[in-house]
Design a protein around this ligand. Structure first.
Ligand SMILES: [Zn+2]
Length: 77
């Protein structure tokens, strides 16, 4: 069950090394912003290592479609 308060939960995007793809992918995370934690769970349910992304990572990392669809689905509910 998703409570109404959780529907408006904030999220942010951060390029992180994706353990499956061995490449940087821009995942969405719960919260206002990255608080320099070393790892976290993505919206699509993966645990990934986090580090300060370079400008290159922001430019080249593709957006995670699973995270995107999850967030869109939550907005429709
Ligand atoms: Zn994702």
């Amino acid at each position: 069950m998703i409570e109404p308060e959780q529907r408006v939960q904030r999220h942010y995007w951060l390029p992180t090394p994706d353990p499956d793809k061995q490449a940087f992918v821009r995942h969405a995370f719960r919260g206002r912003r990255w608080e320099s934690q070393a790892s976290d769970d993505t919206v699509c349910g993966k645990q990934v290592a986090m580090a300060k992304p370079s400008e290159m990572d922001w430019c080249t990392a593709p957006t995670c479609t699973d995270c995107n669809e999850t967030l869109i689905g939550e907005q429709r509910r």
